[in-house]
Design a protein around this ligand. Structure first.
Ligand code: NAD
Length: 317
């Protein structure tokens, strides 16, 4: 059987693809970037390349998405939906486009699954659905949007829950939080991400506009992907929404110190005042631990930083 992963060449989706492929599954990756796979630097996917089918498609192009999923339907055990424009200042610069990708793109996937009779869908959601509610936030914490991105993630979750209730589908929401690690370079990310992790890649003289007064539960991408895989593989679930995070908040200035200690080099890094994004922290991961058997490995961020550093050194430009 196969699993279709939308956004399967993204940071999280590519590791979900890797982990499922390592279990012997065939993976259909539906991603706009599929046409230039060789230039993405996702070295770990080379190891499972024979099990991947790459499909270049825009999730907003309903007809092409439909045709693609129709072609693979008979072999699909389910879909993992990971296309999204992620949170950050960039999101606000083109609100209509980005809201469309996150909300309408997700709706397209649910609608095609409904028509084609593909019941099982894991939707990559976000702890942004809690906004700045004080942590630890559990799955019963009410929805609160503190930015447009959060609004799109709430709407996508609600579409999924209503498709489940109305059409008997099995949509599950994985609420992810602040992912870091192999697969994405700090130099390709927002300044705050560069300030925290950039020195691992040799970046220096980094000034981020904010972020110094915040602690967040940053989560190593292997743990994020493992949580999604566990949620997908569970035969039946009692709950539909699950927090998937390290569950351990770490002060941003502490991360800068850890990176300097681990690399043995102190780069010039400044984080401006205030938070990076308006969020409460941490996510309470008890439900995922109990119902899914989710156990994040990198709860000590220093271990995660070391692993990230190894990957960046092995994949230097
Ligand atoms: N990265 C995080 O810290 C984080 C935190 C919370 C939630 N999430 C959620 O996890 C999911 C995955 O995030 P990520 O960090 O892997 O994102 P990413 O940006 O690394 O990956 C997104 C992928 O989607 C593809 N894509 C974008 N627009 C597309 C379109 N219109 N049609 C087809 N493909 C398109 C891109 O090519 C990319 O490969 C998202 O739903 C995001 O909201 C991420």
């Amino acid at each position: 059987m196969s699993v279709l992963i939308t956004g399967g060449l993204g940071h999280v989706g590519s590791w979900v693809a890797y982990q499922l492929a390592k279990q012997g599954k065939r993976i259909i990756i539906a991603d706009m970037a599929a046409g230039h796979f060789d230039r993405l630097g996702l070295d770990y996917l080379e190891e499972v390349r024979d099990q991947l089918v790459l499909e270049s498609v825009d999730v907003l192009d309903y007809h092409s998405m439909f045709e693609l999923m129709l072609r693979h339907r008979d072999d699909l055990e389910g879909v993992i939906h990971g296309v999204s424009v992620i949170a950050g200042p960039h999101f606000q610069q083109r609100p209509f486009k980005h809201i469309s990708i996150n909300a309408t793109g997700t709706l397209n996937v649910f609608e095609i699954c409904r028509i084609l009779g593909i019941d099982k869908v894991v939707n990559m959601s976000s702890g942004a659905v809690y906004g700045d509610a004080p942590g630890p936030q559990n799955e019963a914490t009410p929805y609160k949007a503190t930015d447009l991105y959060g609004a799109t993630k709430i709407s996508a979750e609600l579409y999924g829950l209503q498709y489940s209730d109305t059409y008997g589908m099995d949509v599950r929401n994985a609420r992810l939080f602040f992912v870091y690690g192999p697969g994405k370079r700090p130099s390709h990310m927002h300044k705050v991400y560069q300030a925290l992790f950039g020195p691992l890649e040799g970046l220096d003289d980094i000034q981020a506009p904010n972020g110094s007064e915040q602690a967040l539960d940053w989560t190593h991408v292997h743990d994020t992907a493992a949580g999604i895989v566990k949620l997908f593989e569970k035969d039946s679930v009692v709950h539909r929404n699950f927090n998937i995070s390290s569950g351990v908040p770490v002060d941003h200035l502490q991360i800068v110190e850890h990176v300097a200690d681990i690399t043995g080099k102190r780069a010039s890094v400044t984080l401006g005042p205030g938070p990076f994004v308006v969020r409460g922290t941490p996510l309470d991961i008890t439900l995922a631990q109990q119902e899914l058997g989710f156990t994040p490995k990198f709860t000590d961020i220093r271990e995660g930083i070391r692993d990230y550093w190894q990957w960046l050194k092995a994949n230097a430009d």
